[in-house]
Design a protein around this ligand. Sequence first.
Ligand code: HEM
Length: 396
Amino acid sequence: MQTTTAVDLGNPDLYTSLDRHDRWREYAAEDAMVWSEPGSSPGGFWSVFSHRACAAVLGPSAPFTSEYGMMIGFDRDHPDNSGGQMMVVSEQDQHRKLRKLVGPLLSRAAARKLSERVRTEVSAVLDRVLDGDVCDVAAAIGPRIPAAVVCEILGVPAEDQDMLIDLTNHAFGGEDELFDGMTPRQAHTEILVYFDELITARRESPGEDLVSTLLSDDELSIDDVLLNCDNVLIGGNETTRHAITGAVHAFATVPGLLAQVRDGDVDVDTVVDEVLRWTSPAMHVLRVTTGEVTLNGRDLELGTPVVAWLPAANRDPAVFEDPDTFRPGRKPNRHIAFGHGMHHCLGSALARIELAVVLREVAARVSRVELTKEPSWLRAVVVQGYRELPVRFTGR
Ligand code: HEM
């Protein structure tokens, strides 16, 4: 079925309440294809929601590209100027080369090595919040862990990590007044300036970090190095923080989950996948057609932008039974929270390990997570994210 509408689905105000799930469920169930008039994206864009249609747009040989941009805001006349340089918006040789270079630093083996660092961070955070006042997980826990991990991968010296973690909080908070004082753009610029200095330092004394690895390839320009550090920083922070916050949200609201994880009654890796499906922090990805394409029965001409709404696909009733319910043992769980196809998240092993450590540590040390107020949601379209998740933790 096809639908057209004049609503601009790129309006961030549409995503601050849980109504978004009702809208997405309806669209996914109809396998709708919705047109958003020019507004958030100068030329407008099509949207798809069903698991089938999202997978078709992102699939390995789909006639779509991310090289002109992969987010709402896409402007045909001013394509993303990191296209062809930054991994997530590059294709073919450059994309293959970057995945090959960066992949080993984010592999399962590398992620396992980082799990001790994650455990230390989670433990330090829990020391501060157990049996204390109300804790806003979205601010105190969610962001801290991925930022520390990404700093480690990039080779950010320990003394700079707090500053960089703070900047990433500002850069990735969404278009929300919560992060007043510094706009996301200012914070992001400061991060890039910091990376520039880090690159100069690593050129003189290389290490085993991401910056040194990218610098070791003579074909990559300094611009390429900078942009790809940024890609890992954004990829690693912007999404994982909300999945971690969501894991705590699940502990607070899913009866028996704490005990199930603690007593080994449920496979933690299976719970991790349900957290990913249920939270779906990457809200959308955009692609542009590379030729004439027929999608959901509609003919699209070359250069047409199409947005795949991942949280909608991850609650598509045609694929997931009782999709709004968090089922700790859900199997199979064919969610596409990490995307699908050639740009499938390179940091997925790392994100999974971060989540598994959080689930295990919280279950080991906490007897109760009490939600003191319903969560509020970021005013954003790039991430589906928690604005506030106030809880009280009772230690064991
Ligand atoms: C790509 C989601 C964690 C690094 C992607 C994509 C999605 C995604 C949907 C595909 C984008 C597209 O198709 O245009 C997530 C989620 C995460 C997460 C939901 C956590 C819950 C991470 C982490 C890192 C990372 C921890 C690294 C430290 C990347 C990179 C890409 C990517 C480098 C680009 C891959 C490519 O273009 O080939 N991620 N991500 N992500 N992610 Fe993640």
